[in-house]
Design a protein around this ligand. Structure first.
Ligand SMILES: Nc1ncnc2c1ncn2[C@@H]1O[C@H](COP(=O)(O)OP(=O)(O)OP(=O)(O)O)[C@@H](O)[C@H]1O
Length: 256
């Protein structure tokens, strides 16, 4: 059965301050990539933490198609990938694979770690200490720690924010291919709207703690969205390969 994730009237409060409310989505299905976009401090990370079960709050989060005993198959990669441990990259990925499972290591576990290292092209840093890595390398290792668990629902909070352009394109293509191949439901927060147009089947826009739009990427990312949500003038144009691209003309002057 294909995994689905559906939110109904979901909210988040920090103390008395409500930062997110009334988030209701259609069923997000395995095989699809949903991008969560919106300005800084809109509530995207809070939404991810709420879905991952790290924060309580009002509303229902319904996860269908996954038996109750394997709900650990919801994996979350936080935005902050800083570390404070003496583990090597390989050890940290193997440990992530064994989290909540039989601690004995099988040949399949080792093969899966090798496969994930290969798919992200980070074999060369496998035996480096985590504290010796660059920011982009840390982000790739953090992604490896989630992929190695073979999740059915994958929540990625800005997984490519520290990566160079080549790595961004490569990693997002890998995530999209894995979503299709493994029927994995992927939800990712991301700021680059051109990358969103390349990989997302669906886009949710969060602004001021509420969901203001949700739909297919090309229907949601419009000049009106650029103006209303991001306060910039811009156009969406099809390139010679018929892909949509965002072209920014400039910021809309803000009143002092
Ligand atoms: N642990 C916390 N305690 C109190 N308030 C918090 C906490 N974490 C986030 N907030 C507040 O919640 C609001 C939403 O923050 P959140 O991190 O969810 O935004 P975001 O959309 O992910 O932003 P960004 O794009 O900048 O990463 C912000 O006003 C922030 O200050």
């Amino acid at each position: 059965m294909v995994a689905t994730l559906q939110l109904n009237d979901v909210g988040v409060r920090y103390g008395k301050r409500e930062v997110l409310s009334g988030i209701t989505t259609p069923a997000l299905r395995g095989g699809e990539v949903t991008a969560v976009i919106g300005p800084n401090a809109a509530g995207k990370s809070s939404l991810f933490r709420r879905i991952a079960g790290l924060l309580g709050g009002p509303g229902d989060i319904s996860i269908g198609g996954i038996p109750e005993q394997s709900r650990s198959q919801v994996c979350y990669m936080p935005q902050d990938t800083s570390v404070n441990t003496v583990l090597t990259v390989y050890e940290s990925i193997l440990l992530a694979r064994k989290q909540g499972a039989d601690p004995r290591v099988s040949d399949e576990d080792l093969e899966t770690v090798d496969e994930v290292l290969g798919s992200l092209r980070i074999e060369s840093i496998a035996f480096k200490g985590l504290s010796e890595l660059s920011g982009g390398q840390r982000q790739l290792v953090s992604l490896a720690q989630t992929l190695v668990r073979d999740p059915e629902i994958l929540l990625l909070d800005e997984p490519t924010s520290a990566l160079d352009l080549h790595r961004q394109v490569e990693v997002l293509a890998l995530i999209q291919a894995l979503a299709r191949k493994r029927q994995m439901c992927v939800v990712l927060a991301i700021h680059d709207l051109n990358q969103v147009l390349r990989v997302a089947d669906r886009v949710m826009v969060i602004d001021g703690g509420t969901m203001v739009r949700c739909g297919p990427a090309e229907a949601v990312i419009t000049p009106e969205l650029l103006r209303e949500i991001y306060k910039v003038e811009g156009r969406i144009e099809r390139c010679s390969r018929l892909c949509c691209q965002v072209i920014i003309d400039g910021p809309i002057a803000q009143r002092a």
